[in-house]
Design a protein. Sequence first.
Length: 148
Amino acid sequence: MLGGAPKEHRSDSLSAAFRNLTVEAREDIIQRYAALMGHYGMTATHNNLGVAHENGSIESAHGHLKQALEDALLLLGSLDFADLDAYRAFVDGVVGRRNPNRAKPIVLEKAALTPLPKRRTTDFEEKLVTVTSSGGFSRRVVYTAHRG
């Protein structure tokens, strides 16, 4: 939304996310993360192990935004939106009402961003699957495919 990418992407150590994965699954995630960092020209960094407070300012702001969205949904009285664009407009409205106080830091942050690549990175994965004669396939859940 700001038109650029940060120079650094910081995450926690993600040990809990990797704990129950196979070696192949871990390697796949590591390779895809490295590709994402390379595509956007970001340097990957992570918090120090055992130092829980390092992401506190970000996690706190994230929690406040989630609470504001929840409150706005309660006031709206419904979780139903006509379409994805209506939902995005709702979220943009909540965020927009919260951001006037953050205008100066956003301007400073925007100036530090690097240009975005010409195209987005892939946000899907390609898999070869067997499709039944009725046009269905399974990948943990059953999907249907258009037979054209």
